[in-house]
Write a protein that binds this ligand. Structure first.
Ligand SMILES: [Zn+2]
Length: 478
């Protein structure tokens, strides 16, 4: 006879009204103490009342958990997943963090991680410096590419000195958890939170291989795949930045040798008749379309976009398995390359065996009851055939942490209409979104969740601060 499956519930609380992730999980199992897991805590820069909202959110976390987190997870180093820890640092310092999980990409002793970081940091510093430059700020209004850089730089999170804040926030959290309790997870591992033995966790990403980490776009024929040399873009922008700042540029950094350079200064004082041939061509209105003066805007945009998706691809992807086999999938903001890598291994991997049979990514996806939609429901952070279409459980529920108004303001297509439709269809309209008219959302959800056994229910904070999906396991919950 099969051993009886323990019963209980996991409640997933999504904080609303932020473009960012902040998820509080409450684990209740028969005969066990209630346990809490916090996955990310951030709001995007530029969201109105972001700080006040975050204060309310952290108050709620504090009140609900009594100040003890059995597990803290940070998926990746983006402001919209981290800023709450920074804004409310003083309050978080009073929390007890029993255990802290991060991706291997954050491991200070991992050689590949160190190398990745070195590349990222240079590009990140360049984008940060550009985004905060007064000339860029002024140009931004008129050029879509610059507006895009400024928008993307909001994910970096900059302090008063315009330095990225992610690293210092992570350091603070590691100190809070004490180093001995911080774990850097590898893809293929199967782990359990020390305090929640009943919660088997499959580590699906980020992948170890750099090609996967850099792949951010779907494959639609090779021409559609983007592989850019970040380093060259960063160097070109550094030059432009030096020019903007009137800092002397080292001669060997310039693209042309001295005999081929023509200064443009003082040209205004000349009579056009005195122009050299080059100057004539340069100022000929008919040749205006051939000018490349503003091309660096595109480099800036490309670099910012690429950095943004590269960081998203370092997202720690966790699949929590409940004792009856249901899975809660938290992919952070993983993009195409990260998703594709999940099936590159079985769980557990052979070098790191954990008792129990190895399972495949497909098997895990087929049992997903709750999908935290990746990257605020953007077009390239939920795979179709190899992702959502493999989530075949009739119990599937989706939660989207997005505020459409803020996304629109930044010209991001979130939630991406086709994906949003597909989610509604796959979940029988059981989709929860961070900016819904929640009375209406509750009605639709409840109607479509009525038949589920063991039950899945939804609950809202009276003022809409959060929404909570409660998933029962075993014989129908506690
Ligand atoms: Zn995000």
């Amino acid at each position: 006879m099969a051993a009886s499956i323990p019963s209980g519930t996991v409640s997933v609380r999504m904080y609303r009204g932020i473009l960012g992730d902040c998820f509080l999980l409450r684990h209740e199992e028969q005969g066990e103490e209630v346990k809490y897991i916090l996955i990310d805590c951030g709001v995007l820069q530029g969201v109105s009342n972001a700080r006040e909202r975050m204060r309310d959110i952290v108050s709620d976390i504090r009140q609900t958990t009594g100040g003890t987190l059995d597990l803290l997870v940070v998926t990746h180093e983006h402001h919209d997943h981290l800023s709450g820890f920074q804004y409310e640092a003083e309050r978080f310092k009073t929390f007890t963090v029993r255990e802290f999980w991060l991706a291997w990409t954050e491991d200070p002793n991992d050689a590949t991680a160190i190398e990745l970081r070195r590349h990222f940091d240079k590009s990140r510093d360049t984008v940060a410096a550009l985004a905060s430059h007064p000339v860029m700020q002024a140009l931004g209004k008129d050029d879509g590419r610059i507006r895009s850089v400024l928008g993307l730089s909001a994910f970096l999170g900059l302090d008063n000195g315009n330095r990225p804040t992610g690293a210092s926030t992570l350091k603070m959290l590691k100190e809070l958890a004490t180093p001995a309790r911080t774990r850097y997870l590898q893809p293929g591992q199967v782990v359990r939170p020390t305090r929640i033995a009943g919660l088997k966790t499959y580590v699906m990403g980020p992948p170890r291989d750099t090609a996967s980490l850099r792949r951010d776009a779907p494959r639609k024929g090779a021409a559609k795949e983007v592989y850019l040399s970040r380093q060259e873009d960063a160097n070109a922008l550094d030059l432009r930045l030096a020019q903007l700042n009137d800092t002397p540029i080292c001669a060997e950094d310039l693209p042309f040798a001295a005999p081929h350079r023509r200064p443009l200064n003082n040209v205004a004082a000349l009579n056009p008749k005195q122009y050299t041939l080059t100057q004539k061509l340069y100022y000929d209105p008919k040749a205006a379309s051939r000018k490349i003066d503003d091309e660096w805007y595109s480099s800036a945009e490309t670099l910012a976009l690429k950095m943004d998706s590269d960081t998203n691809n370092t997202s720690l992807v966790l699949a929590f398995e409940l004792p009856d086999g249901q899975v809660l999938l938290f992919p952070g903001d993983a993009q195409v390359g990260n998703w594709l890598s999940w099936s590159a291994q079985t769980y557990p991997t052979t070098p790191d065996p954990t008792p129990g049979p190895a399972v495949t990514a497909d098997d895990i996806l087929a049992r997903v009851s709750l999908y935290k939609v990746g990257h605020h429901c953007s077009h390239n952070a939920t795979l179709r055939e190899l992702g959502l279409e493999k989530m075949t459980s009739p119990r599937l529920v989706a939660m989207i942490p997005v505020v459409t108004e803020v996304a629109v303001k930044n010209q991001w297509n979130m939630p991406y209409p086709d994906l949003y439709q597909a989610l509604k269809q796959k979940t029988c309209e059981r989709v929860i979104i961070g900016d819904s008219v929640f009375e209406q959302e509750r009605k639709i959800f409840e109607q479509n969740a009525r038949a589920l056994q063991p039950p899945i229910t939804v609950d809202y904070h009276p003022k809409g601060l959060w929404v909570e999906v409660r998933i029962s396991f075993g014989q129908g919950g506690t």
